[in-house]
Design a protein around this ligand. Sequence first.
Ligand SMILES: C[S@@+](CC[C@H](N)C(=O)[O-])C[C@H]1O[C@@H](n2cnc3c(N)ncnc32)[C@H](O)[C@@H]1O
Length: 207
Amino acid sequence: MNNTWNKIIYKLWAPVYDLVFNSTLFLQARKTVFKNAPIPPGSRILFVGVGTGADLQLLTQEDSTVTAIDISPDMLQQAKKKYGDSQLITFMEMDAQHMNFSDESFDIVIANLVVSVVPDPMLCMKEIIRVTRKEGHILIFDKFGPDDKKLSIRKKIIRPFVSILGTDIGRSFAEMVAPHLETVKQQENAPVLFNGMYRKILLQKVK
Ligand SMILES: C[S@@+](CC[C@H](N)C(=O)[O-])C[C@H]1O[C@@H](n2cnc3c(N)ncnc32)[C@H](O)[C@@H]1O
């Protein structure tokens, strides 16, 4: 997976993405993920890989400042169509692996269905943590391989084919967070969808 391919594949996904990932099962899962999310009034929120903005509808804090980045202009365009009039959302075309923000710029960083998509999830995670303020939170909803056992043969076989469609079904969250265990505390790691393949993860930056 690389950024050029992601731009191509998400150009194709853009017009139909919401039909799959913003309806029924996924919409319900998103609501679960946002339930009790630590987003007090006035928060500076960053959405990483915001896509078509499916999560933006779940924000209830009207006085928050929202920045939303994505590498795909076509996905961003869909989000802008829905939320472009809002003065409180700034959309930016940006690579989540090299963010153009100062350290500790945000109170909460929300990265849903994106660390399974970026070419280098380790780099993306490092950036997410860098731009989160101390005591701030990181909210992740994504699919991960199991932490305690190997990927099944079936998943190993279909993994390369699914990655052509723009996502990786075999990444390990434990591996992604391992270099940062002194910097972030895991507050939640809960199954959300498909027998725990999709998980809600809440981290707090402690230093
Ligand atoms: C599966 S979609 C998820 C979109 C949205 N977060 C959601 O929950 O529906 C993955 C998104 O990540 C974006 N993306 C892929 N590589 C990226 C990168 N290097 N930097 C920023 N966004 C990227 C894609 O363009 C796409 O919009």
